[in-house]
Write a protein that binds this ligand. Structure first.
Ligand code: COS
Length: 379
């Protein structure tokens, strides 16, 4: 068993960290405060080859291995969790299903533009009354002579309205439960497609997550992704990878919070000495360092499974569950170490705390991860 990164993975970490420190850190607090989607970062992420990292070069991707991808998500998220999820959802949730389930014609139409970062993607599964129960959606796709007509709405759609390509799930056969759902590739400029008001969120405020509305939206039959009725499996398989992306995002947030706590503990003087000398603070830092390390092992293990072509659904669920709960705990402790200052916008830890919480909720709540893990353990 080898715990060392390869030279290439280390180079990618160094390059992405340097990029994130110089380009992303300076805007992170501002985009959070102003709830602003950092559109100006997209061409820079693309230039760094971060928008299609694991796809082959012939499809417009960077041809990097999956561990390098999670390292990149971790490093971007260490700087700014909003930018981390913009990148991760584009790679894992939008581009991956086109690569994995798309026909040659669909790949020719979308892969180069998406994997190179020229066209941003989004994943539209969740609906107002269908969150954890993802099969309960009521959006319909009715077959017509030459395609489908979509009606319904979606909610919490990361990257909308900036995305141009949407993976949309809709019922083609409402009586067949999970087997009556189909996936479609929908372009954002299709008549009948509308984007609602952006949500005002507790954290990851730079990531826009508005609702989508489809009103008699006609799409061609070539928009169907995979077979009719395969949509739920496509969604689940896509989320298996998405969850590893979120675990890496959580790891980056946790790492940033750990470092912030350590830095503050060394410089803050109380009772005549830095508070890092106090055992109460040392124990908090020890627990956080331990949990961040354990999370990293689980996240990289899940990524290594993907890279090796092994099953990764359970490993991804474990990584996401542990890394997300770690991010929340470590950010909480980092605020505690900062005392009252940690509760103000003068320090980044209150942002890390707010950003961390979403990682326990989206791409499957912690309860869903436990369901996936338990099903595997009880098999
Ligand atoms: N990969 C491929 N297929 C999968 C799968 C996976 N990871 N997980 C389940 N499936 C398949 C099952 O094999 C089953 O296939 P058959 O019809 O051939 O038997 C089908 O999908 C239905 O699976 P299941 O019975 O497990 O569906 P449930 O309705 O019980 O759903 C949970 C289970 C709760 C795990 C699922 O709905 C889920 O993950 N919900 C959370 C959704 C989510 O993450 N939303 C966030 C959206 S992005 S912010």
């Amino acid at each position: 068993m080898d715990f060392e990164l390869t030279d290439e993975q280390q180079l990618i970490r160094d390059a992405v960290r340097e990029f994130a420190e110089s380009e992303i850190v300076p805007v992170a607090a501002e985009i959070d405060r102003d709830h602003r989607f950092p559109a100006e970062l997209l061409p820079k992420l693309a230039e760094m080859n971060l928008m299609g990292m694991t796809f082959p070069e012939k499809e417009g991707g960077a041809g990097a291995d999956y561990v390098s991808y999670v390292i990149a998500v971790e490093e971007v998220s260490r700087a700014c969790a909003s930018t981390g999820i913009i990148m991760s959802s584009h790679n894992s949730l939008a581009t991956w299903p086109v690569y994995k389930f798309g026909t040659r014609a669909q790949k020719d139409r979308y892969m180069h533009d998406m994997a190179s970062g020229r066209r941003l993607g989004a994943f539209a599964l969740t609906e107002p009354a269908a969150g954890t129960d993802a099969a309960a959606g009521t959006t319909t796709a009715v077959r017509t002579g030459d395609g489908y007509v979509l009606n319904g709405s979606k909610m919490f759609i990361s990257n909308a309205p900036h995305a141009e390509v949407y993976i949309v799930f809709a019922k083609t056969d409402p009586d067949r439960g999970t087997r009556g759902i189909s996936a479609f590739i929908v372009e954002g400029d299709t008549p009948g497609f509308a984007v609602g008001e952006a949500e005002h969120k507790m954290g990851i405020r730079g990531s826009s997550t508005p609702p989508l509305y489809f009103t008699d939206m006609r799409i061609p039959k070539e928009a169907l992704l995979g077979e009719e009725g395969e949509g739920f499996k496509i969604a689940m398989a896509t989320l298996d990878g998405g969850r590893i992306g979120v675990s890496a995002q959580a790891l980056g947030i946790a790492q940033a919070a750990l470092e912030a706590g350590v830095d503050y503990a060394k410089e803050r003087v109380q009772f005549g000495k830095p508070i890092a000398n106090l055992q109460a603070i040392q124990w908090m830092i020890a627990d956080s360092a331990l949990q961040v390390d354990a999370a990293r092992l689980l996240v990289y293990r899940a990524a290594a499974c993907v890279a090796a072509g092994r099953p990764y659904s359970t490993e991804g669920a474990m990584a996401k569950l542990f890394a997300s709960e770690t991010a929340t705990r470590v950010a909480d402790r980092a605020i505690q170490i900062h005392g009252g200052y940690g509760y103000t916008e003068a320090y980044p830890v209150e942002r890390h705390y707010r950003d961390a919480k979403i990682t326990e909720l989206y791409e499957g709540t912690s309860e869903v991860q436990r369901m996936v893990i338990a099903r595997s353990a009880l098999r």
